[in-house]
Ligand binder design. Structure first.
Ligand code: CMC
Length: 429
């Protein structure tokens, strides 16, 4: 076994084992560090911390590589639909024709929502953000579809995974109908996964509706792009909740809450709001770039920068191409695409963005595609969540079967007051 030597205070050396992953990357194994040295590591934001060993997704932020279970994202987007990719992430291999058909059938069979859950939607205020509804409904599923692990744990988990994959799509569409104030449309066995979702969102009793194949194709691509991204903020939340023994519904609900933040999945909504603001203000992208560089201004270019990618996010590249394709096929023009492309060009030529390796990320172009599909801005992060769902599930399952699994519990560097006595109330300032 390879080892690294660590010198503490110039006196004593300790051996730290080195673990080499399947791609040849080396990591220091510090599991016994505190026992051996009395010290812990300090790594706010966990930028240098590997929290688990995983077989799901490989990401090389320097080279712009993203693979699910070894398959390149570019390959998957080209040759698979979202259901196949979800199957791949959850089961570890691509389904054959028979497995694919069986899975589609299973997803259809579990797509209805308990009638009592429908009344929950009706009680939400009209202005509710659909992400708040999504998170609440995800955890509520645990009351309606109990997981009885005493019976047959693996079967129960399988059932929960299928229910989540299927019912979250229904919940997402219902949250949109609630927002619109229109009746819910139930899922139908006649449609594929994405077409079914679009039908639940947009079909109407008074205007004929048939899901547009261009929209269906784009939605499949977008969900695949979002399907997993290794140990990001929401997935870490899911794994942490799982590590406490939290069930899949509660872990996914926690993932949804983490995703909602504008630095994470909420960025897709924030990008469109930013582009629209630039457009409304006359389209001066340079002004936006200058603001983003100003240390005294909290303004950031939304859809730019990434913790791991120090080059162009491969998902952003596919999203940009898909965006151009979709608008062309629909015969639409969107001034926000022109703004986005100009903004990207100006930022990429700017020293500030060059020096900090800030490139467009997945959220930069996806909002324009959702817009072209008629999806409202506050549903964008819901779309991201639908895409990320199989990734969250795969990570929860991986934790569940991990022989090293322990409750997630980081340590801290305490910088507060040292011990002191409580002063009598009359003496307090
Ligand atoms: N605009 C302007 N400056 C930026 C930006 C940006 N979008 N992103 C990072 N920086 C600067 C930041 O000010 C800092 O500068 P300095 O070193 O002088 O203090 C430096 O770049 C490093 O930034 P950081 O915040 O320390 O980097 P991080 O790895 O902690 O954060 C990030 C990554 C994605 C949160 C951040 O780049 C950001 O806020 N981007 C905008 C929001 C966004 O698009 N989020 C979507 C991420 S991709 C999808 C997802 O994960 O859900």
């Amino acid at each position: 076994m390879k080892k690294a030597e660590m010198l503490v205070e110039g006196k004593k050396t300790f051996d730290l084992p080195i673990i080499i992953d399947t791609m040849g990357n080396q990591s220091l194994d510090i599991r016994n560090l505190r026992k051996q040295t009395g010290m812990i590591t300090y790594d706010p934001g966990f930028g240098n911390t590997g929290s688990c060993q995983s077989q799901i997704t490989y990401l090389d932020g320097e080279k712009g590589i993203l693979r699910y279970r070894g398959y390149a994202i570019e390959d998957l987007v080209e040759h698979c639909d979202f259901v196949e990719v979800a199957y791949l992430l959850i089961h570890g291999y691509l389904p054959n024709k028979k497995e694919r058909e069986r899975y589609a059938d299973l997803l259809n069979r579990h797509s209805l929502l308990h009638a009592d859950m429908q009344s929950f939607f009706r009680r939400y205020p009209d202005h509710s953000h659909p992400m708040s509804i999504l998170a609440a409904m995800a955890v509520s599923l645990s009351s309606f579809y109990e997981i009885n692990l005493e019976e047959d744990p693996e079967l129960q988990i399988d059932l929960t995974v299928t229910r989540l994959m299927s019912k979250m799509r229904t919940i997402a569409a219902f949250s949109y109908r609630k927002m619109k104030g229109t009746d819910f449309v139930n899922p139908s066995y006649t449609y594929s996964y994405c077409a079914n979702y679009l039908n639940m969102m947009f079909s109407s009793p008074v205007v004929p509706y048939e899901p547009n194949p261009v929209h269906v194709k784009a939605m499949n691509k977008l969900l695949i792009l979002h399907a997993d991204h290794e140990q990001n903020c929401s997935t870490t939340a899911v794994r942490l909740i799982g590590s406490a023994g939290g069930n899949l519904y509660s872990a996914v609900s926690g993932g949804i809450c983490a995703l909602w933040g504008p630095r994470h999945g909420g960025a897709n909504q924030a990008v469109i709001e930013m582009l629209d603001q630039i457009y409304q203000d006359g389209g001066d992208v340079r002004k936006a770039v200058e603001r983003a560089k100003d240390k005294n201004d909290p303004y950031r270019l939304m859809g730019f920068g990434h913790r791991v990618y120090k080059t162009y996010d491969p998902r952003a590249k596919i999203a940009r191409e898909t965006c151009e394709e979709v608008l062309k096929e629909l015969g639409k023009r969107d001034p926000l695409l022109d703004i986005a492309e100009e903004l990207e060009q100006v930022a990429l030529e700017d020293d500030y963005f060059k020096e900090k390796n800030l490139y467009p990320n997945v959220d930069f172009y996806t909002g324009i595609i959702f817009r072209a599909m008629g999806i409202p801005t506050n549903m964008y992060t819901v779309m991201f969540a639908l895409g990320r769902l199989p990734g969250w599930i795969a990570h929860w399952l991986e934790w569940h079967h991990d022989p090293f699994e322990r409750i997630g519990r980081p340590r801290q560097l305490y910088m507060g007051p040292t011990a002191r006595a409580v002063p009598p109330i009359a003496e307090r300032e």
